[in-house]
Design a protein around this ligand. Structure first.
Ligand SMILES: Cc1cc2nc3c(=O)[nH]c(=O)nc-3n(C[C@H](O)[C@H](O)[C@H](O)COP(=O)(O)OP(=O)(O)OC[C@H]3O[C@@H](n4cnc5c(N)ncnc54)[C@H](O)[C@@H]3O)c2cc1C
Length: 286
């Protein structure tokens, strides 16, 4: 049933910022999901939600937020004639759960994403990546739902680029190419990558990963750091000491404080380097 839930977006959001909303839906079937698109696509901005590890919520009054939480679960492995391993999954599988599950079959390839607190739908929509690899390279095809029903798109139709895709609608199914890798290797790569993240990222504080995209041949974190902004705070919104591209919530940071901090960083980097930083995170507001 498509009843909206009254919930605090603060609880949902990985950075623990957000107001109460009555525009949040948890469809349990594809029909429910399509009905929501049909009902609201002309009047509201519809936002699919995964792990909310890359979203900053502001005023969501005019949005319809749709969670992937109860989308029908799927995990199907298939070997093709070319000895390629195709994996078909639902979007709501957490990447770390998936990597461990694939390891049981001596399959892998996705370990570069280990430690990211995200779901597969969000990772594919954002073409998430790390260590010069991106999830789009592993996508075979996806199924996307919207007001017109469900359509299949091949990888080429998704136009994956740096933290971007052209996907418009709710990803309900993802088919990936996965590689034959020994279980032990998968698990040790996973541990290694998680350790690296622990050493360089403020994982003990609410955050949503890197706020800004890296400008070409440059690092947003290094630029912010060299502007002397590590530790700079607006209320409880602060530039992390561990990684300058991570903005953290020290406790009760508000949306407005985060926006002020973002503006400060952008203007300092522009003033010192004449570089316009572009946001990597998604701001849902008005
Ligand atoms: C500690 C930490 C480390 C991180 N490290 C990395 C990193 O190394 N590399 C990297 O790229 N990112 C990183 N991120 C950012 C984030 O995890 C990724 O952007 C990820 O892709 C977001 O996935 P999600 O499920 O949380 O999506 P959400 O944050 O819920 O949504 C992100 C975007 O995807 C869309 N979306 C979500 N689900 C669907 C769906 N089913 N269908 C269509 N659209 C959908 C949303 O509408 C939104 O536009 C990190 C975040 C954190 C908190």
């Amino acid at each position: 049933m498509n009843k909206p839930c009254m919930l605090s977006l603060r609880d949902l959001s990985h950075i623990k910022i957000g107001e109460d909303t009555s525009h949040l839906y948890f469809p349990k079937s594809f029909d429910d999901l399509i009905n929501l698109y049909q009902k609201y696509h002309n009047t509201n901005k519809i936002i699919p939600l995964g792990g909310c590890s890359n979203i900053l919520f502001g005023n969501t009054e005019h949005h319809v937020l749709i969670s992937d939480k109860y989308i029908p679960w799927k995990f199907i492995l298939e070997k093709t004639k070319e000895d390629n391993n195709l994996l078909t999954i639902s979007p709501n599988i957490n990447i770390n759960v998936l990597i461990k599950k694939l390891a049981e079959y001596n399959l892998g390839g996705l370990e570069f994403l280990s430690g990211i607190p995200a779901n597969m739908g969000g990772l594919v929509a954002m073409n998430a990546g790390a260590y010069q690899k991106q999830i789009g390279d592993y996508v075979h095809s996806i199924k996307v739902a919207n007001q017109d029903g469900i359509k299949t798109f091949r990888k080429e139709d998704c136009h994956f680029s740096y933290r971007k895709s052209s996907i418009n609608g709710f990803i309900v199914e993802i088919t990936l190419n996965v590689e034959k890798v020994d279980k032990g290797i998968v698990l040790s790569k996973m541990r290694e990558n998680i350790d690296k993240r622990r050493q360089s990222q403020p994982l003990n504080m609410p955050n949503i990963g890197c706020f800004f995209k890296n400008p070409e041949n440059n690092s947003a974190g290094r630029l912010i750091d060299s502007c002397g902004l590590k530790g700079y705070a607006v209320g409880d919104a602060m530039v992390s000491y561990e990684h300058a591209n991570f903005l953290i919530n020290k406790g009760q940071a508000s949306f407005k404080e985060m926006l002020t901090l973002i503006d400060k960083i952008k203007s300092e980097v522009k003033r010192k380097y004449n570089i316009e930083l572009e946001l990597e995170i998604k701001i849902i507001n008005e």
